[in-house]
Design a protein around this ligand. Structure first.
Ligand code: NI
Length: 269
């Protein structure tokens, strides 16, 4: 049995397990835990992650040292009418976010991708046609990524530094083909479930904490309605907004640590 008797909380929100012992069956004397070999990382970019970058099968889900900062992320756009509305709200609130863009939608609406870049948002790669990459051959997977890189570069003048896999359909083979960090999340607003806007807002405010990556989609009207009260609620909890790459770089996140707040989970209307 693996028992941890205490935690050491260090500065900047880093928590290290300590005092962990292993006991044998039937109360046998404790023995030292076995040496833990480094886990297989799945893809090369993961090898560069510091210990405080929490991962999920090698995908970034949270940056534990990013005290006071949170990254809002929006997938599957751009959407021709909803994304401009979202950009206007983010501008009015002076918030920078991260968009994981579908390449063929960038090709259709390049001016929206350009507006994102000009407003200081981060543009990530979310594949060309949003397939389950696990069902594709290696060459097809590479094309999904490279065509999207090219579309975003043509539209906005920047090559995405990060990737999010459609449906999070992931495998060691898919991850091995990615040449940059794959971004997961630790807070799912569940806006993809056709929730009411107030519930989306409540989900984010309850569960976001220092270093969180919040999953949303700018293709749902309810998400757009949810975003302004969400921003205001997260600010009231002491969080401010950075892009995913800013989270990973550790820059500008030096505020007080903010924990999750389950009491905010109760929907208030
Ligand atoms: Ni998606």
């Amino acid at each position: 049995m693996f028992v941890c008797t205490r935690f050491l909380a260090l500065g900047l929100g880093v928590v290290i397990l300590a005092g962990c012992t292993t006991t044998g069956p039937d109360g046998a004397p404790p023995v030292d835990p076995p040496a833990v070999a480094a886990a297989p990382l799945g893809y090369a970019a993961d090898a560069a992650f510091a210990p405080w970058v929490e991962t999920n099968h090698g995908e970034v889900r949270r940056v534990a040292t990013a005290a006071g900062c949170v990254a809002l992320t929006f997938d599957d756009g751009p959407h021709p009418t909803l994304t401009p509305r979202l950009l206007a709200i983010l501008a009015a609130e002076d918030v920078r976010a991260t968009f994981f863009l579908v390449g063929q939608r960038v090709q259709a609406w390049p001016q929206i991708a350009r507006a994102m870049r000009q407003a200081g948002h981060e543009l990530g790669n979310h594949s060309w046609s949003h397939p389950q990459l696990t069902g594709l051959e290696n060459d097809a997977i590479r094309r999904e990524i490279s065509r999207t890189d090219a579309a975003i570069l043509a539209a906005a003048g920047v090559r995405p530094a990060i990737i999010r896999l459609p449906y999070d359909a992931s495998s060691a083979r898919v991850r091995s083909l990615m040449d940059r960090p794959i971004i997961f999340w630790d807070v799912d607003t569940q806006d993809w479930l056709n929730l009411r806007a107030a519930q989306i807002t409540a989900n984010a405010i309850a569960h976001a904490r220092s270093g969180s990556i919040v999953l949303m989609h700018d293709i749902h009207p309810s998400t757009i309605t949810a975003i302004r009260p969400m921003i205001q609620g997260l600010r009231a909890r002491g969080l401010r907004f950075v892009t995913v790459s800013e989270l990973l770089s550790g820059q500008a996140c030096d505020g007080p640590t903010v924990a999750a707040s389950p009491r905010h989970a109760t929907l208030q209307e």
